[in-house]
Ligand binder design. Structure first.
Ligand code: ADP
Ligand code: MG
Length: 344
């Protein structure tokens, strides 16, 4: 980390913007005009445009006590790209707006932008604009992501079909357990600042919290194997909440099998240290940024070829409700918080 501290006031607003954006090299043909004018110009050459935006507020969405600025920049981009992929689209541009106080130095913003550009490079998106303003105290970050999709290949939440397989990518619940570790160490730090944080051995779950990735590989797999999910969304609020969205918007029910929920070994061990149920973390924890989607049963043979995809259940009629079958064989109604043990 840099030890220098340059006050933002030495650059001024325009100097700061120029400093933060001077090395941008546009990499998408659709980015016709980037930073430096009143607006960016994007031409998707006959494709449809997908657009999404997210606002992140210090103290609400992130805690700078344990979030390195580089990771925060990276994650601010990733959470938006994840929404574009969840539409079965390819992200091509982002805009990034920041509200900053004089608490932040130019070096601190450089670190933040390092993360932003690392994500842009990895996912081949162009930063084409933004806005810079002052804030009284906290850091405010707003990212808008723009993507393209072949006309009518975008995938909504509302079009799952009865009998479809319910699938997820990757492993679930680990980001939440990572957050628990970080919050625990923060508490210890506040009570006794001299104590070194004890996060040894928890790099998997903490990495899932601080440095998530977006599932571009799954969208690429769909394209390569000629699969279009019937419904899809990203998993940012926990599996049960997202399942309820798909069921409600598609006007269907579903059966989820607890034993099929993909849970990483490292996460299981970490959850046990907090004496919490790994399944509950997957159902109710957030920020995994995996994808959940539905697919006709006839496509099953294609799906099994991808080890990153798990079939976790299937869609039923609306009258059948939204249920989880537990490992013990119990059948419980799924609620946004996980499942309702009282409903049988
Ligand atoms: P305006 O007065 O039209 O808001 P600005 O002076 O704020 O213009 O911005 C100048 C250019 O710099 C624009 O292209 C804008 O999109 C871009 N820009 C401003 N702030 C940022 C930022 N934080 N990150 C990236 N680009 C930015
Ligand atoms: Mg402006």
């Amino acid at each position: 980390m840099s030890t220098e501290r340059t006050e933002i006031s030495t650059l001024g607003e325009f100097g700061l913007i120029e400093h933060l954006t001077k090395n941008i090299e546009l990499q998408n043909a659709s980015s016709v005009l980037g930073v430096g004018d009143d607006a960016a110009v994007i031409d998707h050459f006959g494709k449809q445009t997908v657009i999404t935006t997210d606002l992140l507020v210090e103290g609400v969405h992130f805690d700078l006590l344990y979030t390195p600025l580089r990771h925060l920049g990276y994650k601010s981009v990733i959470v938006n790209l994840s929404d574009i992929y969840a539409m079965n689209a390819t992200p091509t541009q982002i805009t990034l707006s920041i509200g900053i106080s004089n608490r932040f130095s130019v070096e601190a913003l450089d670190e933040f932008y390092e993360g932003v550009y690392a994500a842009c490079d990895k996912y081949a998106v162009d930063l084409v604009g933004g806005d810079t303003t002052s804030s009284q105290k906290g850091l405010i970050i707003s990212v808008t992501a723009i993507g393209e999709v072949t006309p009518d290949k975008y995938v909504k939440r509302s079009t799952a079909q009865k009998g479809d397989l319910l699938c997820v990518s990757g492993y679930l619940g680990a980001a939440y357990v990572g957050l628990l570790f970080l919050e625990r160490e923060k508490k210890i730090y506040i009570e006794s600042p001299g104590v070194q944080p004890d996060l040894e051995g928890e790099s998997y779950v903490i990495g899932r919290m601080l440095k998530p990735e977006a599932r571009k590989d799954i969208i690429d797999f769909f394209a390569a194997s000629d699969v279009v999910p019937t419904a899809m969304m990203d998993i940012s609020d926990g599996l049960s909440s997202e399942i309820l969205h798909i069921c409600r918007q598609s006007q269907l029910g579903c059966i989820l099998y607890e034993e099929k929920i993909p849970i990483a070994e490292e996460m299981k061990k970490a959850a046990f240290k907090f004496e919490i149920d790994p399944t509950a973390c997957a159902l109710s924890g957030g920020e995994d940024y995996e994808l959940i989607f539905t697919i006709p049963q006839s496509e099953y043979d294609k799906l099994v070829l991808n080890e990153e995809i798990s079939v976790v259940g299937y869609m039923t009629g609306p009258e059948e409700g939204v249920y989880i079958i537990t490992k013990g064989g119990g059948k419980h109604a799924i609620t946004a918080q996980g499942w309702n043990h009282l409903a049988q």
